[in-house]
Write a protein that binds this ligand. Structure first.
Ligand code: NAD
Length: 281
């Protein structure tokens, strides 16, 4: 079985991006800039944002974090986003989720200029992705896609099963696999026989949030299995896939941690650079 090393793949991607930033700097005399807006003091959000800032600096991007207290008014955040939309030194804008209850998430997402939407959540980018046009793609499914392509460059006609239909993971993952000519089944909490669906799959992407949901006898021999889940349990962090069982059948499998997670931040940097490049055309 191939253990898909997300840490190594992310380090390779960051190195490619570092070189690209250096070339862009020579060509345009400026570097792409990522601005992250962080509201409140939720510990996981603070950690994510710190890691994003650190990784951005490592590849040579300009990186800025704007912090607001939990009590900030929605209007203040929307006005800041509008200001950043008009700032030519800002290539990418990310508002760290979740937001406090009094701030309308969808309004925030729709205020970001789609050409600076490095999370790929703006309806314009969602629509472009599903129409097969160029767009920012949400970072986690983009990372999964790059890992799958490393194992199997030609996905033509492969049967893929995506477990979970969130806007963040399942739906964009489905679009990426469709674009690669996979036959995709999207499954969710109301799916009648999830095991039977998974048993058909050459590729399984699990993004559910239920510890070890996908079992060894759900997986066809030689399937590629991508585990997006991050679940805190008594035995530590586990994915949505039963690692020990599935590793006996699968051709390739991502571990948790060290699989999809590291690719997510690397893809955010990639999206920022891609937004910059599109803005220079
Ligand atoms: P979500 O809660 O928004 O969506 C979960 C999806 O799973 C829903 O579509 C639901 O219909 C489906 N589901 C629920 N129970 C099911 C069942 N029994 N069978 C089949 N489908 C079922 O979750 P999300 O935001 O997509 O996150 C999923 C997991 O991925 C979580 O563990 C989250 O922590 C993790 N995550 C990881 C990364 C990363 O970088 N690795 C990034 C984002 C999320």
């Amino acid at each position: 079985m191939i253990l898909i090393d997300g840490k190594k793949a992310a380090a390779e991607l960051r190195e490619e991006l570092r070189q690209e930033v250096s070339e862009l700097k020579s060509k345009y005399s400026k570097v792409p800039g990522l601005t992250v807006i962080l509201i409140g003091d939720l510990a996981p959000s603070q950690i994510y944002v710190r890691n994003k800032e650190k990784s951005a600096k490592e590849v040579g991007l300009k990186s800025e974090v704007i912090k607001y207290p939990d009590s900030v008014q929605e209007k203040t955040v929307l006005e800041k986003i509008q200001e950043l939309n008009g700032d030519e030194n800002v290539s990418g804008i990310l508002v760290q989720l979740p937001l406090p209850k009094h701030i309308d998430k969808q309004k925030v997402i729709e205020t970001i200029d789609p050409s600076k939407d490095v999370d790929g959540f703006h309806p314009m980018n969602v629509g472009n992705l599903s129409s097969g046009y160029e767009s920012s793609v949400p970072c986690t499914p983009l990372g999964c896609y790059l890992l799958i392509k490393k194992i199997e460059p030609n996905l033509n006609g492969k049967k893929a099963v995506v477990v979970g239909r969130s806007n963040l993971n399942g739906k964009p993952m489905t679009q990426l696999l469709l674009k690669e000519n996979c036959t995709v089944t999207i499954t969710h909490s109301k799916t009648k026989d999830l095991k039977a669906e998974c048993l058909e799959a050459d590729i399984i992407v699990a993004a559910v949030g239920i510890p070890e949901l996908v079992r060894g006898d759900w997986v066809k021999k030689d399937a590629i299995v991508i585990d997006v889940g991050i679940n805190k349990t008594d035995k530590g962090l586990v994915g949505d896939v039963h690692f020990e069982e599935v590793s006996k059948n699968a051709k390739a499998l991502t571990p948790v941690p060290g699989g999809v997670g590291p690719m997510t931040i690397a893809c955010l940097l990639k999206n920022t650079i891609d937004c910059f490049k599109r803005s220079q055309i």
